[in-house]
Design a protein around this ligand. Structure first.
Ligand code: ASP
Length: 439
């Protein structure tokens, strides 16, 4: 028997109708043996995600406020799902335990994780699958990092005892047994971890869109869906702001070479996006796979005559950043100039220290700071095989009358990164997209 791991996101699990649709999808293919779920998401515009309600509940309890109304709303949503599905189970004892947990300060992560925990219990009962609590099989180290190998050992041994199971996503256990969550959207990571441990043939990630889009639909009208993308391309796009899949979800399946298929719960007939280790397939006409970007960067521009022959100059500059634990994004340089591009959030409250440090340790001729920078990544595995991609990118930018502040191309020729003014961000993305896709 093949093994397919499926993960359903919050919007796919928001109410009883969605549960029915999810169960229908799972039953359609007997290979869909392990299922990972998020907490119920928004049912309509303006609705609240259960995870956010749990966070709020915890904050209220921490502030000594009464949480009864809010908690009843949460339990009401689960009970509505149970009733509408006609299930013969009660989660009342669980609700009681969790409500007490809020007051006993069992932790913010514990509170948030209950959204997934309760949802997985209901789906397991509905499907007649086993329920496996993530706290028994997913582990973190004391420093809060994910303990990948130990988890993989324990989880793969455990899976041998369960032919079919439902897991709550998003959380695991610290060495002392307390609950810890991944960052928001972390159920995607759980799905990937289960796929690796199960040695799955495929990891299906079911969501509310029919795959990864070539550009942000809030910026570009009706962007095309990416049919196939490699893990590395996806990592570039996710890092630069493309959402849909949590950026850390790639690593566990990448180790095992398991493809991910992004699928739409409301349109299961759509092919979705396949994320694979490598593929010879690419669009010869369009060359690029996707465009993504982020605002909120600062450039520290440093110049010094004869910088090119001064051994250790770069190390001295970067040493200052290291001392303050600041990570940098890019390091474009000229003969006598060097710029360090850093996220604003990394620099906040540390800029004076950095500038003084650079003055003292590197003795430059000048240092200037430019904020309000946006970075755009044009990503495509086919770039390495084709000529003229950069020319097309910069032609589009020039025609849009945008001034380029920085250019960087990774050594693997997988992407071209462009730094521009934040105010030109949307227009630049639209211009590049139009040049490749509609040009
Ligand atoms: N429920 C969590 C969140 O809202 C995790 C997830 O959905 O993946 O972030």
């Amino acid at each position: 028997m093949r093994t397919v791991v499926t993960k359903f996101g919050g919007t796919s699990m928001a109410d009883a109708d969605k549960f029915r649709q999810v169960a229908h999808i799972i039953r359609e293919d007997p290979d869909r043996r392990y299922v990972v779920v998020s907490a119920p998401g928004k049912r309509f515009k303006g609705d609240f995600k259960i995870t956010d309600m749990f966070y709020l509940c915890y904050e209220k309890a921490e502030a000594g406020e009464n949480i009864d109304v809010l908690f009843d709303e949460i339990s009401g949503r689960y009970n509505a799902i149970i009733d509408e599905l006609g299930l013969n189970i009660s989660l009342d004892r669980e609700f009681q335990r969790i409500r007490n947990g809020m007051y006993n300060m069992t932790g913010r992560d514990y509170a948030a994780s209950r959204g997934e925990y309760l949802n997985a219990k209901i789906l397991a009962a509905y499907l007649h699958y086993d329920f496996i609590d993530a706290r028994e099989v997913i582990f973190f180290n004391n420093d809060g990092t994910f303990n990948a190998e130990y988890t993989n050992d324990v989880l793969s041994a455990r899976l041998k005892r369960h032919e079919r199971a439902v897991f709550p996503g998003f959380y695991g256990a610290m060495p002392n047994g307390t609950i810890k969550t991944f960052s928001r959207g972390g159920s995607d990571i759980t799905g990937s971890i289960v796929a690796r441990a199960a040695g799955a043939e495929l990891y299906e990630n079911w969501t509310d869109v029919s795959g990864f889009l070539m550009a942000d639909p809030r910026i570009v009208d009706d962007p095309k869906i990416i049919k196939t993308i490699t893990y590395r391309e996806l990592r570039e796009l996710s890092y630069m702001g493309a959402t849909v899949l949590h950026e850390d979800a790639i690593f566990p399946v990448q180790i095992a070479g398991i493809p991910i298929n992004i699928k739409n719960t409301d349109r299961p007939q759509d092919r979705g996006t396949m994320i694979v280790a490598d593929t010879p397939e690419y669009d010869t006409k369009n060359v690029i796979t996707g465009i993504a970007g982020r605002k909120g960067f600062t450039a520290i521009n440093i110049s010094k005559d004869l910088m090119n022959v001064e051994v250790g100059f770069g190390r001295r500059v970067l040493g200052i950043l290291e001392k303050k634990k600041i990570s940098f994004e890019h390091l474009p340089s000229g003969i006598d100039t060097m710029s360090v591009i850093v996220k604003n959030s990394e620099l906040s409250g540390k800029l004076d220290y950095v500038l003084n440090g650079i003055q003292q340790e590197a003795c430059p001729d000048s240092v200037s700071v430019e904020d309000g920078i946006a970075l755009i990544a044009v990503v495509g595995r086919a770039m390495v095989k084709s000529k003229g991609t950069a020319a097309k990118v910069f032609k589009a930018i020039a025609e849009a009358d945008v001034n380029v502040k920085m250019i960087d191309q990774g050594s693997d020729e997988l992407n071209i990164i462009i730094g521009i003014d934040e105010e030109d961000f949307e227009k630049t993305i639209r211009a590049i997209y139009a040049e490749f896709i509609r040009g």
